[in-house]
Design a protein around this ligand. Sequence first.
Ligand code: KG4
Ligand code: ZN
Length: 366
Amino acid sequence: MPLSSTTPLIVLGIESSCDDTAAAVLRHLPGAPPEILSSVVLGQQELHAGFGGVVPEIAARAHAEKLDLVVEAALEQAGLEMEALDALAVTSGPGLIGGVLSGVMLAKGIAAATGLPLIGVNHLAGHALTPRLTDGIGFPYLMLLVSGGHCQFLLVHGAEHFTRLGGTIDDAPGEAFDKVAKLLGLPQPGGPSVEAEARAGDPARFALPRPLADRPGCDMSFSGLKTAVLRARDQMLAAHGGLRRADRADLCASFQAAVADLLGLKSARALELLEGEERIFAVAGGVAANAVLRARLQDVAQAAGARFLAPPLTLCTDNAAMIAWAGVERLRAGVSPGTDLTARPRWPLDSEAAPMLGAGKKGAKA
Ligand code: KG4
Ligand code: ZN
């Protein structure tokens, strides 16, 4: 019987496209919500901490060393042997090529040894389909992917059908948070430290720019914002010989307000392009942890008469449960499995959209 039919599926997902080595086991019985039987994520953040970004060679080596251990742990936590699986799903792009290759090679090895069907998954599709895994929503819906490596609006029409409405033309917002933290002497990852510092700050104190706010459409830019923070910081240093606590808090709050304004404004615009009876706006990615941003996106959704969904953070950030789920979605959509898949550093979800320019600290964006 073909896997795309209504048969139950237990799928092992493998993810290694950036700086998280992850494996997960997911079970889906048609008509019932999918169950995550295990999800193991091994971060590499400390390996890259001294370099100011992810070093591709270090990432690839760490994935190659740890992937089989992570897969074993995922099977053990699920209480299953390899024989219990029905299929394998692996991230085959986009991302840092060495890491993607490590995952694809391991998955091909397992497929060759076990005869299990193998399906390649687009990492961005994994993020974009997560609200269906967590909340069982139907198509279409609007997705904002906002992390250290991604920033784009997607209209999700089907498991194989995405329209990119816009994205960053330079840095991803998480990257901007991380750089601002560095400029202000706050610890990495920058998002949580800037958010904590901003709680005591005045968001109106510094008049930071809102890049591309006036440009029609949904494209965004965050690198000028970071440079504006640098200038404001240098003015403070020149005026006071150092950065006072209140200045730092005000700078963090002003920066965070600018990011929330920009993402809120562009989200409202993207929502205008979402049709359908039950309109849903979902967010994914590490920056979605930011309470100020979440509140803003929720307000924007409400004003547009849309439902707002933010999956739990463990499923918003990079993980393999989303890859296993995207694999299930592809198989159910009738995509044929096979071991002829290749690792792709770039793999736009929407092949008709213009290529994105931003490269970002976490490698090429699709
Ligand atoms: O999705 P993620 O774990 O990894 C990828 O980038 O793929 O996102 C990590 C990013 C980092 O840049 C981090 O600073 C940012 O998400 N982040 C936040 C917050 N928590 C994490 N940014 C703003 N506010 C936060 N609370
Ligand atoms: Zn990701």
